[in-house]
Design a protein around this ligand. Sequence first.
Ligand SMILES: *Cc1c(COP(=O)(O)O)cnc(C)c1O
Length: 470
Amino acid sequence: MSQNNNPQRQIPSIDSLLRSEQGQEMKAGAGHELTRDALQAATLACRSNITTLTAMDGPEIQHWLLDYATNWLNDLMSPALKKVLNLTGTVLHTNLGRAPLPRSSIEAMITVASGASNLEYDLDKGKRGDRDDHVEAWLCRLTGAEAATVVNNNAAAVMLTLNSLAFNKAVAVSRGELVEIGGSFRIPDIMKRANCQLLEVGTTNRTHPRDYSQAATEGVCAIMRVHTSNFEVQGFTKSVPDKELADIARQHNIPFINDLGSGALTDLTKFGLPAEATARDAIAQGSNVVTFSGDKLLGGPQCGLIVGDTDCIERIRKNPIKRALRCDKVTLAALESVLRLYANPEQLAKEIPTLGILTKSTDDIEAMAATVAKTAEPALAEWANVRVEPCHSQIGSGALPVDLLPSSAIVLTPKLDKRSAVEDLAAAFRHLPVPVIGRIHDGELWFDLRCLPESETFTRDLDLLKPPRC
Ligand SMILES: *Cc1c(COP(=O)(O)O)cnc(C)c1O
């Protein structure tokens, strides 16, 4: 216990801390200003922690401050965006970065990121080219569309399409499709921001062809379909098939815009997965513009793909807002290399990680869960009971919302009889060098192992775990 009755006086000045050996080292690494900020943060923390302070003598306080400042600096200087293990059971998890990219895409990204490229340069003609050129032919080939363009995400694709084809005009959308996707993407709001007027047709559960025909007669300038990505209406329902919507639109000489959301580039039933609308089908059914995400089922980088009739795509490309929403070279390089993989559908599950994960056999996941549990059990003996349980993974990102994939999980039941025990355990896993993210259910922590590449990826850091003390 310090003899001084004002413990604050014991705190050394920032300048003296800066002059100390450790202070000098910090300065050499992080520079004067950051080191000063770190020491200031340490001083503040020390002042607000009187109990710590009064229990220490002068040299101890100095030591405490320098350690605190070093940790503060290390935290600040380590990457904010880091790799995590997604064991939530949702494969395409928007909060966890959605699709992992194929090796070849990562290499393509490194190549274009490292130097100059022919991003907007036509090497044959020796003059200016268009950045869409690198992917348009592939997108047309893979979807059967006449033309294609790319923007930053599918939300941008929808916004730009509406703003280009229906500026200051009305667009018909079924009341059953006025969806909200993840917080800020709501069709009525997007319409407003795109400067379009929403004409709601039909009802929540049933919309008929005549509802759209009537809207077309009343002068809407487009018909839009929005994939009801994250929910399903069951029971007394009716919606108008794409082909019929396309016919109605054609009769009135207006475009039919089809937002697929996830959208697939290939028939997923070939891989034993539930059917999801493909862009090719949507085009074949007569959609004039089809929009979908690059980083959902497609398994590529974050981007929004717009494919369709030449005249519509031309209008979209000429919209000055396109310039504000265009993709960068790194995204285009990744996208192009993923599209090339689609040239050979036989190899897809092997080449595209998202499809590999979605098609992983339940037996393989179960075997991995058994291996993981064997190591986890002794490693966690003090804190939790470990068992293996069957579970269901979700595809996520609005794809196939009701279809679940059988999987296997390890389930941790905290031994500590404390209300926050499971949250504390989950937090301990989130603070591992490679944070592990699971799902809490009924007071237990579930790790669905579908997205785990191999058992060591999970088990090797377990001895670094610092769960709450009993
Ligand atoms: C996911 C989704 C979007 C938004 O796509 P982002 O790529 O997340 O911008 C738009 N429409 C539908 C139907 C979707 O499912």
